[in-house]
Design a protein around this ligand. Structure first.
Ligand code: CP
Length: 308
């Protein structure tokens, strides 16, 4: 006899090991929202957003997504909650679960915190970024953005550039992009990415380079990453970082008309991307990433809650 799906089949902890069909379903559901929301898809449902680490895009787009679907949100951070009195993040999630919320969205600086919450809570858990581990909703919206613009994922080549060692965005993108048939090359200074990252994805195809200019001609998409100063640099930021690894005006002008620029945000302007490029590069997908965040997070909430 087939076992019934449990709430935790609808968790979104990470993209590592996620089957391509599940990713495809999420992409298709998100794309369908491009033509609008009915507005009552999650009517009467309650989403708890627990953001124990700062966020603008992820927190607000989960709130917007819940609202577009007719659900209501409870928004809690470390400050203003009993975490400030010493209650653990895990126990905070357990309290919200006991109140009967329909899903818990969590951002934490602790690797593995959403997985630990999933072991203790009945409500589906959605990882909104945990430490250096994964940021699955970001990678899924990145896949959606690439697929919307380039009309496919399979066979594409994507360079992910910068502070790879600290980056949950890079990890989730490697898992997601490779599952969908794309090739990833991780680029950065030796202290920020090393050969241990080679072969990271499910197909074992991910490669590593320290030479951005030799990689750019080979790729369809250049995804810049933020240097995560708050996590403690894995190596001192090289003084020539912008010149060697930044999307300078000169590099942007040299991109071919079929090459696209991405960044998950927030951007350290003048470090990862020159301000002029950020303002006016015609093939930047950075704003589209933010818009698509609402569509993808709507698909994620629907998957987590709708059939429960
Ligand atoms: N990309 C991203 O996670 O941004 P926020 O930290 O603003 O949510």
């Amino acid at each position: 006899m087939e076992s019934q799906p449990t709430a935790h089949d609808r968790d979104l902890i990470g993209l590592e090991g996620m089957p391509a069909e599940v990713i495809q379903d999420l992409l298709d559901t998100a794309s369908a929202f491009e033509s609008g929301f009915r507005g009552d898809e999650l009517s009467g449902r309650l989403v708890a957003n627990l953001f124990f680490e700062n966020s603008t895009r992820t927190r607000c787009s989960f709130e917007v997504a819940a609202s577009r679907l007719g659900a209501r949100s409870i928004n809690l951070g470390a400050s203003g909650s009993s975490v400030a009195k010493g209650e653990s993040e895990l126990d905070t999630a357990v309290q919200l679960d006991a109140m009967g919320v329909d899903a818990i969205v969590v951002r934490s600086s602790v690797n593995g915190m959403p997985a630990r919450m999933a072991e203790r809570c009945t409500a589906p858990i959605v990882n909104a970024g945990d430490g250096r581990h994964e940021h699955p909703s970001q990678a899924l919206l990145d896949l959606l953005t690439i697929r919307s613009r380039l009309e496919r994922l399979a066979g594409l080549r994507v360079a992910i550039v910068g502070d790879i060692a600290n980056s949950r965005v890079a990890r989730s993108n490697v898992y997601g992009l490779e599952a969908m048939g794309a090739h990833v090359v991780l680029v950065g200074p030796p202290g920020m990415v090393d050969e241990s990252f080679a072969g990271l994805g499910p197909a074992g195809r991910t490669t590593v380079s320290h030479d951005l200019d030799s990689i750019i001609p080979e790729v369809d998409v250049v995804m810049m990453l933020r240097i995560q100063r708050e996590r403690g640099a894995t190596c001192p930021i090289p003084p020539d970082y912008r010149v060697s690894y930044g999307m300078t005006v000169e590099r942007a002008e040299a991109l071919r008309p079929d090459q696209w620029l991405m960044h998950p945000g927030p951007v350290n302007q003048g470090v990862e991307i020159d301000p002029e490029v950020l303002r006016s590069f015609p093939r930047s997908l950075i704003e589209a990433q933010v818009s698509n965040g609402v569509l993808m997070r709507s698909a994620i909430l629907l998957r987590a809650i709708a059939s429960s």
